[in-house]
Ligand binder design. Structure first.
Ligand code: MG
Length: 160
């Protein structure tokens, strides 16, 4: 499935693929000094090519947009407006994206949720906009793209 619709939806919400690739680069360059930004962008595009990733993204973005319009039923509308810390469905959806590339992305996801580097922090701070889902989904995509690069690491092949 092509990634362009996912890319367009992300762009409409203020997120470029390059901004996600930058986070992937930060996560992986300590382990792969030869890593290029382009490798990270390719990995993000590959993650966004997965149907289940796209469906998760479409769902989260739609809920953020409906919440911005005040169009959700209560109590969900109030929970999303408050970005209630105990809601947790946003993190669950991010986990779903990350686990597409195995379990090693989970530590990255936890780290990104805590530190909120780059575009993740920008989304988290935006006033007047609701990004309950998108900040976590972007973290999930970055963690998955990072795990994908780790899995391609030549070093692991020496044991085979
Ligand atoms: Mg969130």
């Amino acid at each position: 499935m092509s990634y362009e619709i996912a890319e367009a939806q992300l762009r409409k919400r203020g997120v470029s693929l390059e901004s996600i690739a930058s986070i992937v680069y930060q996560l992986q360059v300590p382990y792969h000094p030869e890593l290029k930004q382009k490798d990270c962008l390719d990995s993000v595009i590959s993650v966004l090519g997965k149907r289940e990733v796209q469906y998760t993204l479409f769902t989260g973005i739609a809920l953020d947009e409906l919440a911005e319009k005040g169009a959700l039923p209560q109590p969900l509308q109030a929970i999303l407006e408050a970005d209630e810390p105990l809601y947790g469905v946003d993190e669950t959806m991010a986990l779903g994206i990350t686990s597409v590339f195995g379990m090693i992305g989970l530590t990255s996801l936890g780290y990104l949720d805590k530190v909120k580097p780059g575009i993740i922090g920008v989304l988290n701070d935006k006033t007047g906009k609701i990004h309950v889902f998108l900040d976590d989904l972007v973290a999930g995509i970055a963690a998955a793209a990072s795990a994908r690069i780790a899995h391609k690491n030549e070093g692991a092949k020496k044991y085979m």
